[in-house]
Design a protein around this ligand. Structure first.
Ligand code: SER
Length: 302
């Protein structure tokens, strides 16, 4: 039986991944442990105690928050990943940990960004994600630890809110569209970034961890995307459901600079070829579902 430890379990992805994985293993409830990933001995203890054979390591400080406290981001993102890999090596555990579009920088080709290309990010978050990719590959090659990962784009969901990323505007806009019929964006018009609906993010984690290892040429980490849009495109899609919706701008220079350094659109053909990646939602189907689910959550009649 699979015994999975999910770090960052209370975050945007973790809260939904738990339900998804528990359905999958037909467990109705599972154990919860308070765990600081910076404490390597405790990571080892929790894995031993529960007989863990797979770690999905999500705990991290996201891009915008990392720029507010780069030292903390380094500690959690780097040492957390290192501790997870060391415990995985010692206890024979498989590891999934996400990288990000943040693993690219201004010198990376911005359109149709290839799987294997220049990675010189300018944010602390990006630095830790590139280092994490390299460490994961190192543990696979040197120690045979089954490490796998994807480069997530902005993840859009109606459950727990994202915690301090650059792409968060694309979640907040739906809440404000329903609540206020207007939104002031901190990301400027014409700024394209890759995005994905939570359903597809969960599917990508599951499908990559289930993939036949013989087919994997890459491991850490695969470009994955479902759509690329700028705030204007997103607003136009929302207006199909809420015609009065108004989008204004108050650009935040820090997050705008981060967004400018990231790709406009990823080439995810390696993921498609090596493990059958294929997202279910595009901008139109995601927007319809987001507004329906959020209207229920917020108790708002559109
Ligand atoms: N959504 C993340 C962020 O904006 C990207 O990995 O930080």
């Amino acid at each position: 039986m699979k015994k999975i430890l999910i770090t960052g379990a209370l975050g945007q992805i973790g809260t939904e991944l738990i339900t998804y994985m528990r359905d999958e293993s037909l467990l109705e409830a599972g154990p919860f442990e308070l765990l600081d990933v910076v404490d390597g001995a405790r990571v080892a203890e929790v894995c031993k105690k529960h007989g863990i054979n797979q770690i999905i390591h999500l705990a991290a400080i996201l891009s915008a928050n990392a720029e507010k406290n780069p030292q903390l981001a380094y500690d959690i993102n780097m040492n957390g990943t290192y501790n997870v890999l060391e415990v995985a090596r010692e206890q024979g555990i498989a590891v999934f940990t996400p990288s990000s579009i943040a693993a690219f920088g201004a010198s990376t080709p911005a359109d149709n960004t290839p799987q294997d290309t220049i990675q010189r990010p300018s944010t602390m978050y990006g630095v830790t994600k590139v280092a994490g990719e390299l460490l994961c590959d190192y543990y696979y090659k040197r120690y045979g630890v089954d490490t796998r990962g994807v480069r997530f784009p902005g993840i859009i969901s109606h459950g727990a809110l994202p915690g301090g990323g650059t792409t968060d505007y694309a979640v907040h806009i739906y809440y404000e569209a329903l609540k206020q019929k207007k939104y002031e964006s901190y990301i400027g018009a014409g700024t394209y970034m890759d995005m994905m609906y939570m359903h597809d993010a969960l599917k990508s984690i599951h499908d990559l961890m289930e993939a036949n290892p013989d087919k994997l040429v890459h491991r850490n980490a695969f470009n994955v995307t479902a759509m690329s849009f700028d705030p204007e495109m997103l607003a136009a899609e929302i207006r199909k459901h809420i015609p009065e919706f108004q989008l204004t701008y108050n650009v935040d220079p820090v997050r705008q600079a981060i967004a400018n350094s990231w790709p406009n659109s990823l080439d995810d053909s390696a993921a498609r070829e090596e493990w059958g990646w294929n997202p279910d939602y595009d901008l139109s189907s995601m927007t319809k579902d987001m507004l329906e689910k959020l209207a229920v959550k917020l108790n708002i009649n559109k």
